[in-house]
Design a protein. Structure first.
Length: 277
């Protein structure tokens, strides 16, 4: 056995049944206005591993933080033989929020989670007070996303040959500009979930390009993007700025797809100010 490896899984919260017989996993922390963190896609991802440097600070600032695992991820149900559509993600997530008594909230979405947050804000404006987006998906065509080096390697590994621990580490390092942020603990946490994920969650994912609908977003938006992002083109921030009346973006140099991890202190400070004002 590798003496450097630490057996670890993401902290467990509770599960909530939604329509279709699916169970969604949820962790909560803090009290106050609700802030929902929506994680991205990828091998072994879960809400905790996507936002571990962020949610404690937001909760400590006086907010009720919710960390759901989307369907197909984390400790949530992972059905096979279905398409993982944007409607599936948004419907199951909003049903979860209704079931736990969260009628309105701030949504914080990274990558796939950004597309989910945008769609909910457009379809249910009464539910979303503000949006925080980090390298959000849903702004390009599937073909354009598949030209990105990170997406190519993720799909080839997850859907194709599969990932061993070293392969998973190499993929996670593509999500950052500085690989030191990919710790042994983070790799182990993602690896503990990876073995439970069906290939369908990526092979049959269908997320439309929402660019021409962005004008429907009416709540304030704060966005972040690392200009070294290898998964979602950083030029996407211009589409949001040109379409959403109350929007602003922070661009980070020497930063990849995980701005909330690589620039955690700065991200947390900006978000807490945005929530308060």
């Amino acid at each position: 056995m590798d003496a450097t490896r630490t057996e670890v899984g993401p902290p467990f919260g509770r599960t909530q049944r939604v329509s279709g017989g699916y169970d969604l996993h949820l962790r909560e922390e803090g009290t106050g206005p609700a802030v929902v963190f929506i994680h991205g896609s990828g091998p072994g991802v879960n809400a905790h591993s996507n936002f571990f440097p962020n949610y404690p600070a937001i909760a400590a600032a006086g907010y009720h933080v919710l960390l759901p695992d989307l369907i197909g991820y984390g400790y949530s149900s992972k059905p096979t033989g279905i398409d993982y559509t944007l409607d599936l993600f948004t419907t199951t997530l909003t049903e979860l929020l209704d079931a736990v008594g969260v009628p309105d909230c701030v949504l914080i979405g990274n990558s796939l989670g950004g597309a989910v947050a945008l769609q909910i804000a457009m379809d249910q404006p009464e539910r979303v007070r503000k949006l925080v987006l980090l390298g959000p998906g849903g702004l390009e065509s599937r073909e354009d996303y598949f030209k990105m080096p990170g997406i190519q390697k993720m799909v080839a590994g997850f859907v194709g040959r599969g990932f061993d621990r070293d392969g998973l580490r190499q993929l996670l390092e593509l999500l950052t500009f500085d690989p030191r942020f990919v710790t042994e603990r983070l790799v182990d946490e993602r690896l503990s979930i990876l073995g439970t994920q069906p290939k369908d969650v990526l092979a049959r994912m269908k997320i439309p390009n929402l660019s021409d609908q962005l004008g429907r977003v009416r709540c304030p938006v704060l966005g972040f993007w690392g200009i070294e992002d290898q998964f979602c083109p950083a030029s996407g921030h211009e589409k949001i700025l040109r379409s959403v009346p109350d929007s602003r973006f922070v661009l980070f140099s020497h930063c990849g797809h995980w701005a909330m991890i690589e620039r955690a202190e700065c991200f947390n400070r900006y978000v807490i100010d945005f929530l308060a004002h």
